[in-house]
Design a protein around this ligand. Structure first.
Ligand SMILES: [Fe+2]
Length: 251
């Protein structure tokens, strides 16, 4: 977490004071508790921001997969809300202040702003995937950070947050892979048809080359016909093999 971010997290926009830590009987040093609260507040801001971006997509998504994505985005937003509550209440359990107002979150979140002009379902999926990956990976880092601050409970909390976020990433990514497949498949199909056409042209040119030779119309013309035929067959074969590889990797 950057220095600038730390100070924003701890200072309420409506207050000029940093939040005072409340005494606690939890057997973690005051210094570590303070660092844990900073860490948790940074992740809290990102998670609330993520939840609102997910809701934005839930409300505004349009297109052929509208209903399915509308429901999926809402389900993920609900899980984000659970994560928000877990993180916020861990902050207060550690004696800190959970900085979760809209203004605090707006000033402390490290997430990029949502692209407000997005309409189509898959564009929402792509954007949410990018943001959710940032949230999940930052929380993944927080697992070891809280472990180093000798708080296994917070570490365990982040493990749970990450496990859920990874599953939601998988849900979003699965939509995108399907989308790419259909696109690549139709493109590959077009190219394979083009390759087939070139193979036939190559064979015809070769036959013409041989006929020219048979009827003794000249060796030079025959060689040109054969060379063109061989070249066209090679181009066709390369295309077939290239798109078969693309198909194996992506489809
Ligand atoms: Fe709704």
């Amino acid at each position: 977490m950057s220095r600038a971010n730390e100070s924003r997290v701890l200072q309420h926009p409506g207050s000029t004071r940093e939040a005072a830590m409340i005494e606690s009987k939890i057997s973690i040093s005051d210094n570590n508790r303070r660092k844990l609260v900073e860490l948790l507040n940074a992740r809290l801001a990102d998670t609330i921001d993520m939840q609102t971006q997910m809701k934005f997509a839930h409300w505004n998504v349009k297109g052929e997969n509208f209903y399915q994505l509308h429901l999926l985005f809402d389900t993920i937003a609900e899980r984000m809300e659970d994560a928000v509550d877990l993180i916020a209440e861990r902050i207060t359990a550690l004696g800190g202040r959970a900085n979760g107002t809209a203004r605090q979150v707006a000033s402390a979140s490290s997430l990029k702003e949502y692209d407000l002009d997005i309409v189509a379902g898959m564009d929402h999926v792509r954007t949410l995937l990018d943001r959710l990956a940032a949230v999940a990976n930052a929380s993944r880092g927080a697992i070891s950070e809280s472990d180093e601050l000798e708080d296994r409970a917070t570490s365990d909390l982040f493990t749970e947050v990450v496990r859920t976020a990874d599953k939601d990433l998988y849900s979003l990514e699965s939509h995108l892979h399907g989308y790419q497949s259909r696109y690549e498949m139709s493109r590959g199909e077009d190219m394979r048809m083009g390759a087939g056409w070139r193979l036939w042209l190559g064979l015809i040119l070769e036959v013409l080359g041989i006929l020219v030779a048979v009827f003794s119309l000249g060796t030079g013309v025959m060689l040109v016909g054969l060379a063109l035929g061989v070249l066209t067959v090679i181009v066709g074969l390369i295309q077939v093999s290239f798109w078969s590889r693309v198909r194996r990797v992506w489809l």
